[in-house]
Design a protein around this ligand. Structure first.
Ligand code: CA
Length: 233
């Protein structure tokens, strides 16, 4: 039986260094122990050495395809969770095969928050990862309930669009520090979607309009750096 207190180990199998880096940095940041492999052969060796709980497995590898790797890995460890990563324009039968062979699949391009959410969801199923005890994020008079997607300030409901919600959630999860515009673009908007960097300012102003009518100014601008939540009494 796995010890749920031990941070889960994730093996990233990806031959595109840029994508491998983003996944590695993101999952490390979220507390996972991370190993990487760039080929199927490396993946099999790394799995033997590190015994991962979950593998993020690119389908198109330089020395073969992800299914063969998945079969080999599962033959050696049948409780291993596998999330396939594939291009969005993959043929329909590929996508169908993914659904059968893995615990889940993610299509590129993806947002890093989506990857983290999928990894947690699959691990919860496969190793009964414990849910956080309190699903409510709090900061001063602000409350965000992540199970019902509701936000309240000073007890008043605040109606947010999905993008505004994701932006506020990222600020809340990083309360007490400044988050750069770059990080917000990466976490809230898909990292490889071309969006104007002014989109962050625009959405910050939407959030301020909705939140600041219920209390003192909440979001702080650190000019040239980014944004954070002001400490509230
Ligand atoms: Ca690839």
């Amino acid at each position: 039986m796995e010890n749920p207190e031990r941070p889960a180990t994730v093996l990233i199998v990806e031959d595109e260094p840029g994508i491998a880096d983003i996944l590695r940095i993101t999952l490390k940041y979220h507390g996972f122990t991370v190993h990487t492999a760039a080929t199927g052969r490396q993946a099999v060796a790394a799995a033997r050495e590190h015994r991962p709980d979950l593998v993020l497995l690119d389908v198109m590898l330089p020395d073969g395809n992800g299914w063969e790797v998945c079969r080999t890995l599962r033959a050696e460890s049948d409780d291993l969770a596998v999330i396939f990563v594939t291009a969005r324009d993959a043929p329909r039968d590929v996508v169908g095969g993914l659904a059968l062979g893995g615990d889940d699949y993610i299509t590129k391009p993806f947002g890093v928050d989506e990857v983290v959410a999928r990894v947690h969801a699959v691990l919860r199923r496969t190793r009964r990862e414990t849910e956080p005890a309190d699903p409510v994020l709090r900061h001063g008079d602000l409350e965000m309930d992540e199970t019902t997607y509701t936000v309240r300030r000073a007890g008043e409901p605040v109606d947010l669009t999905p993008t505004e919600y994701n932006l506020l959630r990222h600020l809340l999860r990083n309360a007490g520090r400044i988050v750069t515009k770059e990080q917000l673009l990466q976490h809230v908007w898909q990292y490889d979607t071309v969006v104007e960097s002014t989109v962050v300012e625009t959405y910050i102003s939407y959030l301020r309009r909705k939140l600041d009518r219920l209390g003192p100014p909440l979001i702080e601008t650190r000019r040239g750096i980014g944004y954070g939540l002001r400490a509230l009494a």
